[in-house]
Design a protein around this ligand. Structure first.
Ligand code: ACO
Length: 337
């Protein structure tokens, strides 16, 4: 049976670092508040001098993943691109990324599942592989949040948490009876909470999607979030979906070598660990360096966890888990061959 195996990973973040103290110069916030409430110390943002889109960051990450896998762009037979911050309204970033890689006919699919983009993307790649529709899939998560954030105190609850960045994985079909690769995944969505985290404009559900009579300062142009509601949902749903995916994989939590969670808030991931009685070293954190990079967050954490030797040896089992706008949430279990 065909299994979906990760052959290479890559990451790219824009070089410009924005510390918590830097943010205090533009809004009423503090290093202490941000560290205590989120665990974030800094994030990377693009600069006015070097503007670029999510697909550009994604292209750099993809090149690193391709090199690690020993693939050339021509080897890719399917691209999945996950982002909530597409370069332009349309066409999708997957097409732009394929163009950047010099590809002229490789199929490209965009996924708009925010913080769970990697989980949805990996499950989609696996389905394509199992159906025999693809052998070598490039999955990229990339975000440029900074160009769309409210830089006034009004937006401080959201703005301080988001960072720009990208990460990519090369996923290949392998015909083996071993229980390796993507062992199981569980995905969910509940649109009843769509208003808990959203950016409203431009909106095709308005007669004029860019209304003439509103100011560019209109909050609907910026992401708004009911943070406490999402926090409470996350600490409930993340353990729940973890138990669901463990059951699907016929595994126990003790079979997991490392949990690589979405990096939305360190406190959320610590509460998750306490609920599941996980030793602290079984959960990977890099939110302190990057903030929440949304679709890039899980593959960026995976890349660094592998780089640090925390996971990646044959037989190692990693559990990915995340919740974000939609609401969408999910988990998956991957076993290294
Ligand atoms: N600096 C200083 N004070 C702030 C800031 C800030 N950056 N932001 C908010 N505050 C203030 C608030 O105004 C409030 O003040 P008040 O008590 O005087 O009214 C106080 O801090 C507490 O605000 P809360 O929103 O209750 O703070 P909370 O502890 O919930 O932390 C946070 C906010 C960090 C956003 C948290 O709710 C959270 O992490 N929520 C979940 C985020 C998440 O997981 N999102 C999904 C993924 S993102 C995606 O899908 C794209």
């Amino acid at each position: 049976m065909k299994k979906s195996i990760i052959r290479g990973t890559g990451k790219f973040v824009p070089p410009h670092v924005v510390t918590n103290d830097d943010l205090t110069a533009i809004m009423d916030t503090s290093d202490e508040w941000i560290r205590q409430r989120t665990g974030i110390q800094q994030r990377h943002w693009i600069t006015e001098e070097e503007p670029c889109g999510a697909s550009d960051l994604g292209t750099n990450a993809a090149k690193m993943a391709l090199e690690a896998a020993g693939w050339t762009p021509d080897d890719i037979d399917f691209i999945i691109f996950a982002t909530l911050s597409p370069d332009i309204m349309f066409p999708g970033g997957g097409c732009l990324l394929a163009r950047n890689l010099g590809l002229k006919s490789t199929p490209a699919l965009d996924i708009r599942q925010q913080c769970t983009g990697f989980l949805y993307g990996f499950a989609t790649a696996d389905a394509y592989i199992k159906a025999g529709l693809a052998e070598k899939v490039l999955l990229v998560g990339a975000e440029v949040h900074s160009s769309g954030l409210d830089m006034s105190t009004r937006g401080r609850d959201v703005t301080v948490i988001f960072g720009d960045g990208a990460a990519a994985v090369c996923i290949e079909a392998d015909d083996t009876e071993d229980n390796v690769g993507l062992v199981a995944s569980a995905l969910h969505a509940d649109g009843h909470y769509a208003d808990s985290l959203k950016t409203e404009l431009p909106a095709s559900n308005l007669f004029r999607r860019m209304p003439e009579d509103i100011s560019l300062d209109d909050p609907r142009y910026f992401p708004v979030m009911d943070g406490p509601t999402i926090f409470k949902k996350a600490v409930r749903m993340l353990p729940q979906v973890t138990m669901e995916v463990l059951k699907k994989a016929e595994m126990e939590i003790t079979d997991i070598d490392l949990v690589v969670p979405h990096q939305a808030n360190k406190r959320i991931n610590q509460a998750y660990g306490q609920f599941l009685k996980l030793p602290e070293d079984k959960i990977y954190h890099n939110i302190q360096k990057y903030g929440n990079t949304t679709a890039a967050s899980i593959p960026l954490a995976l890349h660094e966890a592998m780089e640090e030797g925390r996971v990646g040896k044959p037989g190692d089992v990693v559990l990915f888990v995340g919740l974000g706008a939609g609401l969408t949430w999910g988990a998956s279990i991957y076993k290294f061959p």
